[in-house]
Design a protein around this ligand. Structure first.
Ligand SMILES: CSC[C@H]1O[C@H](OP(=O)(O)O)[C@H](O)[C@@H]1O
Length: 341
């Protein structure tokens, strides 16, 4: 089997501990919803679609382990999971789906069966969405010869139900014989690019080249990269995109150098209830993620740190948003409403 971030056997959820990659491949079992919420908060599992899928399985686990007050326990699990991370809307989208099914259940036994089935559907649909998006993106790119692309963070099988969003597009280019090289930004501070993307792509035999984030400008200036391809954590009604910190600067660089900029995300990442990107809650994480790595000091222990882990790329810097429901070119409110109502 190819790379996967999580496994569900009908009774428990196993998560590949992404904090330890690439040094160690260690799986941990999350027995209940509280543990799943903690794994999402601590980034054992991360990536917008993967945390939505994990949260859904967390609700299924809550039903499985519930007692006489099964309704109260499942409600408590829904709340705890919703508090695990704030920016990726896929988490809340998945929990809303689970809640709708839960509210329609008349007994704990029914909830156990139906919530597990719903979580499995969310998982399966995400994988299918990735495959559809990869096809659509290939049609947009229409490469005649193998091309170079640059990506940021990790949007691959590790971040999704399988295959990947932006990395799914990279995979599809490779399968079509149209990928000359993919540059992977290392993605400071959590290093999703160096620890996860380089690992995932090298493992699957794709031509990946790792670069420091600060090298992106000179790579784009060389004129060989055709597309910057990234994922998303939330897309608002006007086409603004929240994604991993550093995406916005990459979009500015791409526009400056005449390189096209593509966002690839399933419709579960679209939040039409928010008018613009400035409405998106941006997660800030511990300063220690910047000051140190695996306990080793990279900065004075007491230096103040500002560590927002997402930024917002305005729609006007994006050439195309690819979803499984269709493609929005030159994103703006009209194009978003045409596809998402
Ligand atoms: C396939 S979307 C992945 C998305 O999630 C990342 O964030 P994190 O690693 O903090 O969960 C990032 O924004 C990626 O684009």
């Amino acid at each position: 089997m190819g790379t996967v971030a999580l496994r569900w056997d009908g009774q428990s959820l196993a998560l590949l501990d992404q904090r330890l990659l690439p040094a160690e491949e260690r799986w941990m079992t999350a027995e209940g919803a509280a543990r799943v919420a903690q794994c999402i908060r601590d980034m054992v599992v991360r990536g917008a679609p993967a945390i939505g899928i994990s949260a859904a399985y967390g609700v299924a686990l809550a039903a499985r382990h519930a007692g006489a007050d099964w309704r109260g326990e499942i409600r408590h699990a829904l709340r705890a999971l919703a508090e695990s991370r704030p920016t990726a809307v896929n988490l809340f989208w998945a929990l809303q789906r689970m809640e709708r099914v839960f509210e329609a259940c008349a007994s704990r036994e029914e909830a156990v069966a139906r919530l597990a089935a719903e979580a499995e559907s969310i998982h399966r649909e995400d994988l299918q969405a990735n495959l559809t998006m990869a096809d659509q993106a290939l049609a947009v790119m229409a490469p005649e010869a193998p091309l170079e692309v640059l990506t940021h963070c990790n949007t691959g099988a590790l971040a999704t139900g399988g295959y990947g969003t932006a990395l799914g597009v990279v995979r599809r280019l490779h399968e079509a014989g149209k990928l000359a090289r993919v540059y992977a930004d290392e993605t400071r501070p959590w290093l999703q690019g160096s620890r996860l993307t380089a690992w995932e792509l090298a493992r699957d035999g794709l031509p990946v080249v790792l670069n420091a984030d600060g090298a992106a400008a000179s790579i784009l200036a060389r004129g060989q990269v055709s597309w910057v391809v990234v994922g998303a954590d939330r897309i608002t009604a006007n086409g603004d995109v929240a994604n991993k910190i550093g995406t916005y600067s990459l979009a500015v660089l791409a526009r400056h150098h005449g390189v096209r900029f593509m966002v690839v995300a399933p419709s579960s990442t679209v939040d039409m209830s928010l008018a613009r990107g400035s409405d998106i809650p941006i997660e800030e994480r511990e300063g220690s993620e910047v000051r140190e790595i695996r306990g080793m000091a990279l900065a004075p222990a007491d230096v103040p740190v500002y560590n927002p882990v997402f930024d917002v790329t305005p729609a006007h810097l994006i050439d195309v948003i690819v979803t499984e429901k269709g493609v929005v070119r030159q994103p703006g409110e009209a194009g978003m409403r045409a596809l998402f109502g």
